[in-house]
Design a protein around this ligand. Structure first.
Ligand code: FAD
Ligand code: SIN
Length: 529
């Protein structure tokens, strides 16, 4: 492609959320030349919408403060394994959680401020599945906005090269190893040559009609990895948050009502005023997220109501403690008048993803993944609340170490493929089908129907970001459906009406792309401890 912009780097980071910017800053501190590709606009706190899930994070970061007597890494590991419904890998979980405290310390050094009490220590809240208060937060429930601001400012101060409004189109591979990535900015194609590419592209929420995720959460990292030859695993485990604000008929990004509201005294009640979770789980409203989301759905079914309510009358100084939720409720045209917020389960988080080891390496040399797009084994079949920001921090740092180890490798510049054509499905049809058949409850007939719809998607030229996102949504949805069809059991976020039992052995399954086919590429029993 003549006239194309070309650059060289030691590390290309795709994504500018917590995982991407942490990796980029850590790599730059080690002297690496880093280029960040960010399909979102330059970060501006005054924008109405933001391109990262990181910005929208509310509850906080789950981390064991070693100075606190009632908590320990062992307890955090136990809570994470319990939430993960047998599929969380203890081998990767322990080192990731154990690295949390130094990673948070580095974030503080980079300018993040967390809420503190009179003794100067971090205030800690509680969320579903945690046996103690261990979640640190900032600005009440503005944790993500504060973290994004700190990282954005640190990136500016470090002089990081961040190409905003720039979408990564392909990972370039030569003889099985990464040599760079192609991108498009303002309609112009470009390429960065580098021995290492980190995918830190976030989530997949817009595979569904309504989600807590920002508009750009379209599964780009899943699609980039599959097309580069890497495996994805456990994609059937899409986590639905129990309390997304209910606005009748609304689609797209919706306001989240943080689990920390329940941690601070909020109660879920059905249309008759009865507790939603009574008798469901010993932790009640603070049970793991998959359990509470199903209890909410069951209450809606039982009463015929379109939502349940979060009774916030017992939460002290609600607007002060939860300013983000309060602003989101008002922006949705609702008001908190009587102390009851209408909520429903909403697509929130992908527990599986691009399969990596505990250092962020995929099975394609030079291709790393971190943050929500990756599957390290930490989240199993259901992520423990507030473990995601922690994982992004820890794995971002680890990815930088891997990039440093590869920085001296020679790479050969290859022919850069044209954008070409791609299969896409009408976005509304895809989202509706996934929301009806591949959400909280699944069965073979529904999965077959969605697979048929997705398989019939036509080819179009991959000319612009919208088409590229539609292509990523399609490939991601196909991979979720393939994984959900293969899992003939119910576990964590994946519940099959036609296979309600949980298998004795928890198995993680991987898929790869061969031509245009998603192919099962092995399975592995997850050790129990
Ligand atoms: P993101 O922060 O989503 O960043 C992705 C980046 O990739 C963006 O910059 C995007 O522009 C870029 N990108 C995507 N595709 C491309 C492409 N093709 N080319 C170039 N750039 C691309 N977790 C917690 O631990 N605690 C919480 O309290 C919490 N609250 C949450 C509340 C909400 C409303 C949501 C949505 C999530 C919450 N989560 C929480 C989950 C957590 O915020 C996310 O999992 C995490 O922030 C993901 O970080 P990331 O760096 O992987 O991706
Ligand atoms: C929340 O604040 O409820 C979201 C926390 C998370 O997704 O981990």
């Amino acid at each position: 492609m003549s006239g194309r912009s070309e650059r060289r780097a030691d590390l290309i980071v795709v994504g500018a959320g917590i995982a991407g910017l942490t990796a980029a800053l850590s790599a730059a501190e080690q002297g690496l030349r880093v280029v960040v590709l960010n399909k979102g606009p330059r970060w501006n706190p005054d924008d109405a919408e933001h391109p990262t899930s990181t910005f929208y994070a509310q509850g906080g970061i789950a981390v064991v403060d070693p100075r606190i007597a009632d908590d320990s890494i062992n307890l955090h590991v136990t809570d994470t394994l319990n939430a993960g419904a047998g599929l969380t890998d203890p081998v990767s979980t322990r080192p990731i959680l154990a690295d949390g405290w130094p990673a948070v310390g580095q974030l503080v050094d980079r300018g993040a401020h967390f809420d503190t009490g009179a003794d100067g220590r971090f205030l800690r809240t509680r969320e579903g599945g945690h046996s103690v208060r261990r979640i640190i937060h900032a600005g009440g429930d503005a944790t993500g906005a504060r973290v994004q601001q700190a990282l954005g400012e640190a990136a500016g101060a470090a002089g990081l090269v961040v190409l905003d409004d720039t979408w990564a189109s392909d990972v370039l591979v030569d003889r099985g190893e990464v040599v760079g990535a192609s991108y498009v900015t303002d309609g112009i194609a470009g390429v960065v040559w580098a021995p290492t590419v980190l995918l830190a592209t976030g989530g997949v929420g817009h595979v569904y009609a309504a989600t807590t995720n920002p508009a750009g959460a379209t599964g780009d990292g899943i699609a980039l990895a599959l097309r580069a030859g890497a495996a994805v695993a456990d994609l059937e485990f899409v986590q639905f948050h129990p309390t997304m604000l209910y606005v009748p008929g609304a689609r797209g990004r919706r306001t989240l009502v943080s689990e920390a509201v329940r941690g601070e005294g909020g109660r879920l009640v059905d249309a008759n005023g009865e507790s939603v979770t009574a008798g469901v789980h010993p932790l009640g409203d603070l049970a793991p997220r998959d359990v509470v989301a199903r209890a909410v759905a069951a209450a809606m079914e039982r009463t015929g109501a379109e939502c349940v309510h979060l009774d916030i009358r017992g939460v002290e100084r609600f607007a002060e403690r939860f300013p983000t939720v309060t602003a989101g409720v008002r922006a949705s045209g609702l008001d908190i008048v009587d102390g009851f917020l209408p909520v429903v389960p909403g697509a929130h988080y992908l527990c599986g993803g691009v399969e990596t080891d505990v250092d962020g390496r995929t099975d394609v040399p030079g291709l790393l993944a971190a943050g929500e797009t990756a599957r390290t084994g930490l989240h199993g079949a259901n992520r423990l609340a507030s473990n995601s920001l922690l994982e992004g921090l820890v794995m971002g740092r680890r990815a930088a170490v891997q990039a440093a180890a590869r920085a001296d490798r020679d790479i050969r510049e290859v022919d850069v493929p044209d954008l070409g054509s791609t299969r896409v499905c009408d976005r509304t049809a895809l989202q509706d089908a996934m929301s009806h058949h591949v959400a909280l409850d699944r069965d073979a007939a529904g999965l077959d129907a969605v697979a048929a719809l997705l398989d019939a998607a036509p080819c179009v030229p991959r000319t612009d970001l919208r088409t590229a996102e539609d292509a990523a949504l399609l490939l991601t949805a196909r991979a979720i459906v393939a994984a959900a069809r293969a899992r003939e059991e119910s576990r964590g976020c994946h519940q099959r009406d036609d296979h309600p039992a949980t298998a004795d052995v928890a198995v993680s399954r991987r898929f790869v792309l061969r031509g245009d086919e998603l192919v099962a590429a092995g399975e592995r029993a997850v050790p129990s401890s």
